[in-house]
Design a protein around this ligand. Structure first.
Ligand SMILES: NC(=O)C1=CN([C@@H]2O[C@H](COP(=O)(O)OP(=O)(O)OC[C@H]3O[C@@H](n4cnc5c(N)ncnc54)[C@H](OP(=O)(O)O)[C@@H]3O)[C@@H](O)[C@H]2O)C=CC1
Ligand SMILES: CC(=O)[C@@H](O)[C@H](O)COP(=O)(O)O
Ligand SMILES: [Mn+2]
Length: 384
């Protein structure tokens, strides 16, 4: 029996992870749950999975959860410290499915104690990837990606050696605006941006898919996970989201992982690797698709992709600033404060303040994350 902490249990990944745990019937036990403010759902999860430790985002959530659970409440911890405590609790696996740079410290806490890190939270690698990977190596912690493309790359890389890889090819759906004329993007609404063609995900990552920032973040994520040089990582638009990514080896062989677009598969794989366990949900029916298509991304229409790749190549603080500014801009877009096209502009303007240097610790990264958010907010207030 493997024990698991699920961080972000009330989110899109977290709720699917709990479905996977339920289907694995007795092979995985949830001993820790962490969420933000959705105490109604969290209370039901606690009732069903009986964790030993629970973390919530705010004191108000503690009060509300305690009132819901009464004498049956497990130990409850709170805030970012509580989230770190949740990742530190002795489990075999930590599934990090919180959104954003908040995922950095729990990722570190998990790898520092040698736990398996089932990693959905890509932002932690974007902002602090070299530190997290170094700590994982030092403590012998295995990081198994949950992000669908990286899970596909991870599986495709089992066919060869890292030094034999010629290209890591990351597929992208192209998002809801793939077929829109560039000029029409000025009219894109929140509902338009949240209308992802294939995946049902949390709001922030869904907007990232629409700007193609998600793919840029995924390039940086792949760079860290697989020690992949940037000039060997390519992005290829594949609107059907069936080929989840590919690895081309030096002999020209291309290994790909294909499946329906359902996150329960990568979640289960990350929990059970190296074993593959039976899954009973619908299979890929190739004849139903008829054709799988591929095209180059339009980086003029979607400037966020190049912004992210350039920040990744620049290294230092740039990826941390990019990520922080993007989180602020997406949140402002979702609050109706800025237009869709302004998101990438805010990121670019925030990055312009980058003054070189490189973090020497995760504390440096966290401090820069905070500063970059302040800068991005000032830029937002100035308008543009
Ligand atoms: N959704 C997907 O299919 C995919 C997601 N990912 C990545 O996985 C991560 C999660 O994405 P997704 O599930 O879509 O996001 P959601 O927005 O759906 O979920 C975010 C989760 O984080 C929780 N949370 C918020 N604040 C805190 C806090 N202070 N402490 C602990 N938990 C907190 C939320 O809790 P609450 O709602 O209770 O406030 C919620 O459970 C992101 O990094 C995303 O990029 C990667 C690949 C695919
Ligand atoms: C499910 C998953 O891994 C997401 O990151 C997904 O890939 C987003 O789709 P896009 O390819 O549109 O960014
Ligand atoms: Mn992905």
């Amino acid at each position: 029996m493997q024990t698991v902490a699920i961080l972000g249990s009330t989110g899109a990944i977290g709720t699917r992870a709990l479905e996977v745990v339920e289907a694995l019937a007795g092979q995985v036990k949830v001993t820790v749950l962490a969420a933000g403010e959705n105490t109604e759902l969290l209370a039901r999860q606690i009732f069903q999975f009986q964790p030993r430790l629970v973390s919530v985002g705010t004191e108000a959530a503690v009060k509300d959860l305690t009132a819901r659970l009464g004498a049956n409440a497990p130990e409850i911890v709170v805030g970012d410290e509580g989230l770190i405590e949740a990742a530190t609790y002795p489990t075999d696996i930590v599934l990090n499915a919180v959104m954003g740079a908040r995922g950095i410290q729990p990722a570190l806490a998990a790898v520092r104690r040698g736990a398996r890190l089932a990693l959905a939270n890509k932002e932690c690698l974007v902002a602090a990837g070299s530190f997290i990977m170094a700590e994982a190596r030092q403590h012998g912690a295995l990081i198994v990606p949950v992000d669908s493309e990286h899970c596909a790359l991870f599986q495709s890389m089992l066919a060869g050696q890292q030094r034999e890889v010629e290209r890591w090819i990351i597929t992208a759906s192209g998002g809801p605006f793939r077929t829109w004329e560039t000029g029409r993007l000025a009219t894109a609404t929140i509902a338009d941006a949240l209308n992802h063609p294939n995946w049902n995900m949390g709001k922030k990552i869904t907007v990232d898919s629409a700007t193609l920032m998600n793919k840029g973040l995924e390039v940086i994520e792949a760079h860290h996970l697989f020690a992949a040089p940037y000039d060997k990582i390519e992005v290829l638009v594949h609107p059907q989201s069936i080929v989840h990514s590919m690895v081309e080896y030096i002999d020209g062989s291309v290994m790909a992982q294909l499946a329906t677009h359902d996150m329960r598969l990568p979640i289960q794989y990350a929990l059970t690797y190296p074993n593959r366990l039976k899954l009973s949900w619908p299979r890929l029916n190739f004849a139903n698709y008829g054709q799988l298509t591929f095209e180059q991304p339009d980086t003029n229409k979607f400037p966020a992709l190049d912004l992210a790749i350039s920040a990744g190549k620049a290294g230092g603080y740039a990826p941390c600033i990019l990520n922080a500014a993007n989180e602020v801009a997406v949140s402002a877009f979702l609050a109706g404060e800025i237009t869709f096209v302004r998101i990438a502009q805010v990121v670019e303007e925030t990055l312009a303040y980058e003054s070189g240097g490189a973090p020497s610790s995760v504390d440096d990264v966290v401090a820069m994350d905070r500063q970059a958010r302040e800068r991005a907010r000032v830029i937002l207030m100035k308008g543009g």
